[in-house]
Design a protein. Structure first.
Length: 749
């Protein structure tokens, strides 16, 4: 813009752009956004030219132009819209999936880097454990940073970046994200150990490779103790699996009772995982029954010399079904795949198949040409139909506690274990995919497809960040007519915790242990993408293919799905509870106890259990418990159900938080905004006139007159009411029998 001719032309272009853009806006205030990847690197040059642009555009007002330009902020722009007294349209759907051109749907990143996505999910799980224990047992002084919790907190924050958890970063950047999580986890493990020490238990070891069935303590000790901590605000009874090398074990609970246990052989595909450093060939399985909320129980495990046949699983190569007290699974006799599921009076066909899509853009072919674009970290662009993976063999393992199908496939880089636990209302599908071969130059995107006989038509449902359930309709967008150019990728949605299909009677829900891309491409069908490996960059800035390797080969990923077949009316209370258990699983710690006898374990000198809080109502989740300041706690409570989901659990609920925790006596609370940066009383939000004032979506009725408050209960300042889907945030003062650690150089708390 250094010459008159130059700036005259650019002013004309800007005015044309502003007038064109204004046609899509409701008021005469429009936002001309500045910013894009790779474009802005010299602020002085940019602001110098923007100053000129603003000056010369506004000068045109003397010639009759009606465009006025000035620097602004999002908050100022929002105020201008509010002050216009406009009646606004409402949008009830979200914006997934989206495309930047007809063949470039940004639905690949819903699955990209699945190992990283799983690690981030597990890291958040442990961060909540760390924050809870250090708050309850007062071992960290928050706001005197950095403390040992903060390292993992910061790492989790960085990993929420839109090019981190999405899997759309360069490989060396992904490595850095993982290193930050690893270092943060190590720091939090030290903090958790200090907190546990205050309960009276000895220093614990964390087995970070349990996802490869590896743990040095359990493999190398004849006797060991496993503590199982429950981060949920209600009692749960999870099944525990620990890798071992022996042939017989006894498990003793805190009451001195010998528990029933079972030894399950580790699949060959797991034993042969690249980089696995373990001698374990079995997993010892037992139930940690009735774990208290925010508490733990210890279990004393002893290796025995005499092999107990009843403890070993029975191999039945010809058995075509598994049955527990609650669920029955049957194999399809023609394919040997999972074929049917029966649960609670519901009998549904569930044909499960591993498949893979050939992604567009071959390494050995010619360079791609627009308008097509290769499948990559962002883009999912399949070529043709998904190819099925045929079953090679099935091994059935029977036992008193857990029963399993071990599937091997013709493609040796895919395997699966399907299992039923006693008294659990789900079937667990543990999948393993990788190393995905690309020697043929083809990108591959691996899916698990569940075909049912449920008449779902073109509807299916996914969660929104683990909370609201979103109705999805195949080949459809609520606010415009969709031109279907990508019938597969254009129907993929992010699945953070669950996806389901239903008809008038039955529902099949699949819960995931990490974020995955998912869809329903035909009536009764569910499809989830598990892993992907590409051979070309999709030209959106990463600059390299999505080609993860480890130990010299393509990365291997293990994950889990929980399948729940239910009547439609029973489904919400099942999948809401199970999704919470999947998201906030138990934390295991270990300690060698080779010198300990059973009598020593049963003595009063060994701390075997701890209860951190009273159970919350079944529809309330403790979302946050952490130190806020040295004399303050941050507490968030979440109502887990939507309006109308359940006759009982969708109702408002009252919670008294005064004596909720066993080690913390809450003396007063101040309600804060969700981000906990200011008291709620200091927040004054705009109220908007909209065209559906009397028919807002059920989960967005946030006006005061539509929010129920139990005024009688809330007369007690420590009793709060939660409405469906509501999260309330409090900063609490408290007293505790545990003193906070003294800051370095300070003689007072």
């Amino acid at each position: 813009m250094s010459t008159n001719v130059g700036w005259l032309a650019q002013v004309d272009d800007f005015l044309d752009a502003a007038k064109t853009q204004s046609k899509a806006y409701k008021t005469n205030s429009i936002v001309m956004t500045m910013g894009s990847d790779f474009q802005y690197q010299d602020a002085h040059v940019w602001y110098k030219n923007l100053d000129k642009l603003i000056k010369y555009v506004n000068a045109r007002q003397s010639q009759g132009e009606k465009v006025n330009v000035f620097y602004s902020t999002p908050s100022c722009y929002l105020k201008a819209l509010h002050d216009s007294n406009t009646v606004w349209p409402t949008v009830e759907d979200d914006f997934m999936p989206y495309a930047s051109d007809p063949w470039a749907y940004w639905s690949g990143y819903f699955t990209s880097r699945p190992a990283q996505k799983g690690y981030i999910r597990r890291s958040n799980n442990f961060l909540q454990v760390c924050k809870q224990l250090t708050a309850m047992l007062q071992t960290e002084r928050t706001y005197e940073t950095p403390n040992r919790v903060d390292y993992l907190r910061y790492a989790m924050g960085v990993n929420q970046h839109h090019d981190a958890v999405t899997g759309t970063e360069k490989q060396h950047v992904a490595d850095d994200y993982i290193q930050r999580l690893s270092e943060g986890t190590d720091s939090c493990q030290h903090a958790v150990n200090d907190a546990l020490t205050r309960t009276g238990i000895a220093t614990q070891t964390f087995c970070n490779m349990l996802n490869t069935s590896s743990c040095a303590v359990t493999e190398q000790s004849t006797n060991f103790i496993t503590y199982v901590y429950n981060p949920l605000s209600r009692s749960v009874s999870p099944w525990v699996r620990v890798p071992v090398t022996g042939q017989a074990y006894t498990v003793t609970d805190p009451d001195g009772t010998t528990l029933e246990s079972q030894l399950i052989p580790i699949p060959e595909e797991v034993i042969n995982l690249p980089g696995r450093n373990s001698e374990a060939t079995f997993e010892l399985v037992f139930q940690a029954a009735d774990l208290p909320p925010l508490g733990f129980k210890g279990f004393f495990i002893q290796e025995q010399t005499a092999v107990k046949a009843a403890q070993h699983s029975i191999k039945r190569s010809g058995q075509a079904s598994l049955s527990s007290e609650l669920v029955k699974l049957e194999l399809d006799p023609a394919t040997q795949r999972l074929g049917r599921m029966k649960q609670g009076g519901v009998d549904v066909q569930v044909n499960q198949t591993f498949m893979w899509y050939h992604g567009y853009g071959d390494a050995n072919g010619s360079k791609w040409e627009p308008p097509q674009r290769p499948t990559g970290a962002y883009i999912f662009n399949p070529v043709g139909e998904a190819q099925p993976v045929e079953v090679k063999s099935v091994l059935t393992l029977d036992g008193p506690l857990v029963k399993e199908f071990h599937h091997s496939f013709e493609l040796d880089w895919v395997s699966q274990v399907t299992r039923l636990y006693r008294d659990q209302p789900y079937a667990e599908v543990e999948w393993q995919v990788g190393p995905i071969p690309i020697e043929d130059g083809k990108a591959k995107e691996v899916i698990s497809r569940y075909q049912t006989d449920i008449s779902s038509g073109d509807l299916f449902y996914t969660d929104s960040n683990g909370r609201q359930i979103m109705e999805r309709r195949r080949n459809h967008r609520n606010t415009w007519t969709l031109n279907v150019t990508e019938p597969v990728a254009g129907n993929y949605y992010p699945v953070n915790s669950r996806i389901f299909v239903k008809d008038e009677s039955n529902q099949l829900t699949v819960l995931t242990d990490r974020s995955e891309g998912g869809t329903s491409l035909s009536s009764g069908q569910l499809e989830l993408m598990l892993h992907r490996r590409t051979v070309q960059d999709d030209q959106f800035g990463v600059g390299e293919p999505l080609n993860e390797t480890e130990f010299g080969v393509g990365m291997v990923v293990r994950g889990r799905h929980w399948l729940v077949a239910s009547a439609v009316g029973d489904a919400p209370r099942l999948h809401r509870d199970l999704a919470e258990q999947m998201f906030m699983g138990p934390q295991l710690t270990f300690a060698s106890a080779n010198g300990m006898t059973l009598d020593m374990w049963n003595s009063d000198t060994v701390v075997k259990q701890f209860t951190g809080m009273k159970p919350l109502p079944a529809n309330v989740h403790l979302l946050t418990l952490e130190m806020y300041k040295p004399d303050r706690l941050l507490l968030r409570l979440e109502h887990q159900f939507e309006t109308g989901e359940d006759v009982e659990l969708s109702l408002p609920v009252d919670v008294n938080i005064q004596d909720l925790f066993t080690t913390l006596n809450i003396t007063s609370v101040v309600e804060y905004g969700l981000s906990a940066d200011r008291p709620l009383s200091d927040i004054n939000r705009f109220h908007w006139d909209h065209d559906k004032s009397n028919s807002m979506p059920k989960n967005f009725r946030r006006a005061a007159q539509e929010t129920y408050r139990n005024t009688e209960a809330e007369a007690d300042p420590l009793t709060v009411t939660l409405n469906p889907m509501e999260i309330r945030t409090f900063v609490a003062t408290y007293t505790s029998p545990y003193p906070l650690p003294t800051p370095p150089g300070d003689t007072q708390q």
